[in-house]
Ligand binder design. Sequence first.
Ligand SMILES: [Fe+2]
Length: 339
Amino acid sequence: MIKLLSHLSYVEITSPDVEASVKFYEEHVGLTVVDRIDGSVYLRCWGDYYAYSLVVSPGPQPSLVTMAWRTSSPEALEEAAARVEAAGVQGEWIEDLHAIGRAYRFTGPWGHSMTLHWNVTRHQAPGHVASIYPDRPEKRSKVAGAPRQLDHVTIATSDVDAFAQWYNDVLGFRIMARTVLDEAPISIFSVLTTNEKSHDLGVVLDGSTAAGRVNHYAFWVDTYEELLIAADTLMENGVPIEYGPSIHGIGEQTFLYYREPSTLRIELNTGGYRNYVPDWQPNTWKPSLGSNNFYRNGAMPMSMTESFPPADGPSATEEGVPDEIKEALFNPYAVQGRG
Ligand SMILES: [Fe+2]
């Protein structure tokens, strides 16, 4: 298979209060509004190379509309679409996606919309924010801890391993690592990538019966110091931090999670390994090894298992899952002393 995909290019989300979300992205995250079209607001980080990396659209609940990857070439886009359809999924071609044009959009077997495109519009900074440095799309943001660019998206699904295998088989995502519970052979997390990062697509177990949910998406800051400054600034401005700063065992990125006004979860991250091995074989972690928290000294809050939109049906917190598995699922660091 030729290399099909290059990197995550944008995510589109919904918010019940688009203006409240946009204000938050501008003031607390440091993003810039670039376009407003039909109720949707297009935003970008200062270091994003293309026109936008985040679209906030109106919707009754926070949710993922689509996650977009740029392909490696025009031919790769055709090949990717053909492979999706050969796998039994019928997508559609879109000819006029804003600042992109032609794109292929499909809904995967677990209900997640993915948009693939080759065409882009490169960002042209207005004069007052044009950088003196040729490689920078724009001046560094003046908002403390503002991310340079979009980093990854993490979805929720009822079958982590099957999801990872489908996206590996069909689109060539490398599977980099997975986490299996200490207590039972249940896969709760996996990371997939189209490039040298540990992941641009994360996969968490969804204990509900809902399809197509998202757990969070993430922006990148250049340094650990910037992430700490962002944490400090968020706290001083009344934005609660949900989890972190700390370091993931898998991927070894420093992380920080908080919520935007729709309640959707945002992550800031930095650091982590680079992996260029084309035939990498994914290792299996256990929560007791610190897969989520390298230091194994900070319990993940239960709230981190909430995905979006909120599920109506029974979740793994409610029924069908033995108590010891629930404990490990929702408080994996409780198991660290057992192994
Ligand atoms: Fe993440």
